[in-house]
Design a protein around this ligand. Sequence first.
Ligand code: ATP
Ligand code: MG
Length: 379
Amino acid sequence: MNILILGSGQLARMMALAGYPLGLRVAAVDVNARNVVDPITKLVSEKSLNQALKDADAISVEFEHIPQDLLEQVNATGKLMPSMEAIMAGADRVKEKKLLSGLNIANCPYKIITDANHLDESIAELGEQLIIKASRDGYDGYGQWRLSSAAQLSELKLQLSELDLQKVPLVVEKMLHFERELSLVGVRSASGDIAYYPLAENLHHQGQLHVSVAPAPHVNDALNQQAQDIFNKLAEKLGYIGVLAVEFFQMGEQLLVNEIAPRVHNSGHWSMQGADTCQFENHLRAISGLPLGATKVLTPTAMINIIGCDDFSRDVLSIPGCHLHLYGKTVRSKRKMGHFNLCANTYAELGKALQQFAQHVPIEHFPLLKDEALRLAAM
Ligand code: ATP
Ligand code: MG
């Protein structure tokens, strides 16, 4: 079976690696150059995009920011999974907010503005502490601005004056003081079967995911049920096929949806070692019409992103349960270069393994590790 993935980064690469043993051939599309590439070697194929679209049995995406004309061209093949509607809801924060409101799913209080001067009204309604997000093309905290007091407003307006807000409106959100960030990664098949991974707890630094721990500690049945109910509402409304990730803020016992990602997700990478079937394989199974794989957890796992560095001793691999996944990219500041999955039998052992881990890596690039190691070690 031939699978075609729009986007040729690490997510396409990890899908290709997961597809190999199943006999699924995964090719990728560089959506800017509009050519077909091997997602592992990055070699450009001689095959044209049109031919690849014809040859594909199923087509999916590794990220949501696909140029509209290409998305429409692909959608016309009838082979796109998840649907164009789902991909666009993930790509456009205005559409995403409408989807959430329409389904009565709790999310962060917000305003949509098309003129930076309307920020004054946003402050009146939402308070002085705001996070302002471009409605399209943001990721890893890019395309976001933070306001911590009204005194910074004129400076912020100046920065925003360079943008065409009629074309790309802003979503202004109240800065929430949540207890923690969680995400639910789940998968739905064409026949409506659903399998969920357990909630993961996600630790961010400067708007970017650094560490995920799965299963998230201290999750009761009610919280779990809340997350799965939200997932079901979204997946059913969108007629979803494939892996869908939902990011949450936990406020007391309530989950507010931060955003959705219509694809495999960084907070699901732990499943490569920590679960019976990883998210990449399950996404491929769903879009290929294969039965979904079990999402049973094997061990508590910490996923640690390698961001903006590639220079560390491979001795770190001597820690039992430590696995490295590099994406083959050249290093740049804030760039995700790869990740580690660190597995242990209990949270306390995971904490101890993380403490050991922290001694092997350039700690300035892993700012959250030491505290997280201490927290887990105390469990
Ligand atoms: P990613 O691609 O990594 O998911 P993103 O660029 O799509 O990120 P968001 O997920 O919206 O952007 O925001 C990134 C992070 O910024 C969140 O995970 C959270 O830590 C913080 N953040 C976002 N919105 C809010 C908010 N309303 N209040 C407080 N923190 C927020
Ligand atoms: Mg996010």
